[in-house]
Structure formats: structure tokens, C-alpha cells
Design a protein around this ligand. Sequence first.
Ligand code: SAM
Length: 250
Amino acid sequence: MLKRVDILTLFPELIDPYLSSSMLGRAQQRKDLVLLSHDIRAFAHNKHHQVDDIPYGGKMGMVIQVEPTLLALESVKTKVSKTILLTPAGEKLSMSLCRDLVQTEHLVLLSGHYEGFDSRLLNYVDRCVSVGDYVLTGGELPALTLTDTLIRLLPGVLGNDESAVMDSFFNGLLDWDVFTRPQKFDIFKVPDVLVSGHHQNIEHWKIKSSLGNTWRYRPDLLARHPFNKEERDLLRQFFVEEDKNEYNSR
Ligand code: SAM
């Protein structure tokens, strides 16, 4: 199980406030967990701590050099570490990838900037991860996205241990609709069943809402879902109710 994450970056000031605030900050106080950033520039052997240089063959932008990056990596790596490079070319971040990665005791995350790292760095990493098919200025947000997602999966981090299990994607579906007070807002009422106190009906409603949301927003997930009979019946019921819903604006 994950005990430590080290993030190597040129901009630790972007990382540190997030690691020390809210859930990640609390998780480190309560658990056997260490989350740290390290400045790759501290491993440069030149007066101005420069770690980037112009690309061979010509291209706009600068490339982060392999030597200082490897020295930074060696300074935190242990026998149990796995090294992950954040890059648009990586495997797409998903809940199933996170469930796999959270089993690793120590992760070292490499956040690039500018044109990215010298490609020879790929020979020294275990995995490459992307947060999606778009390009960010740096790997800091991707590293924090990954870290945050992993920490939520650790037992005891969320107030209620069940929460992560009930979140979107955990069982391959989106979350159900949630409501809080007031019970009526404008013309919109909280579904009667949720205030009925009938536990079995409430559970059925949640599954139906979860299936309905997945059908509405992510039909690709539903197409891959291994339905049981109850889910099949509830989705059918959702379609019937959806047809009759005069307030439906979605
Ligand atoms: N020239 C690179 C390309 O086109 O693939 C983009 C470099 S990007 C401006 C700088 C750094 O941001 C990358 O080295 C990587 O660490 C990070 N980055 C940007 N987009 C990312 C994404 N979608 N997933 C993970 N990391 C990303």
C-alpha cells in the first residue's frame, strides 16, 4: 500500500500548497504517509542552477536535461520505488490504473516543463502517465491529480471509508444524483423516495440514478458494464420514467 510520494519538479512552489492543504494535508497528519516535492534545479552543477538547454535538431522551447533529473531521482529512489513520468504520451489516467498504483509503497513522479524531458529519461522510468489528450504547461497538475486520486483510495483517508467505493468509476459507472436542503427549489423537488425512509427503495433509486447518469453522460462505460438482472430492470425503469418526466431538461 502507498506510503510515500516524491514529486520531482522545477516548480515545487506550485506543488507544496496543495500537498499541505485539505485532504492531502490531513491524510499526512493521520496516517503513515509522506508527500514531498523536490526541486530538480538543486541537482544542477552550474552557478545558475540551470537544468534546461536547447533541443538538438532545432525546435522552439527548451528541454530538461537528463543528468540533473537522474541525480534528483537517485536521491529519493529506494528498492521499492516505482518511477512515473507525467507526459501527454503516457497511458491515460483512470481509476483502474490508480487502483493498481496505490498498491505500490513508494512512487516517484517526474513533472516536466517547457518542451519536456530529454527523451533518454524514458530508459530510467517504470511507467508513463497522461491525464488526457491535451497539453498543459507543466507536469505539476498531472502529478497532483494522480497523487490526490491515489490518496483518496487509501483506507481511512476519507471521513467515511465507503465514499471512494461509491464514487464515480469505482464500479465502472458514474455516481448517482445527490441532493441536500431545501427539499423544494424553484419548481424542482428532491425525489420523494429519498425522503421516504424506505431503505430498499432508496438503494434501488441510487442504482437507477447511477445507471441513468452513465447512460446520459458516458454511454461508452455502460456499453462495457457487466449488467446483473437487477441493474437491467432498473435501467429499463429509468427509461420509462425518463419519458414521462415533464421537468427533464437534461
Ligand atoms: N512538447 C510536449 C508534447 O507536445 O508532448 C509537451 C510538453 S508540456 C508543455 C511540458 C510538460 O507538461 C510535459 O513534460 C509533461 O510533464 C507535462 N504535461 C503536459 N500535458 C500533460 C498531460 N496531458 N499529461 C501528463 N503530463 C502532461
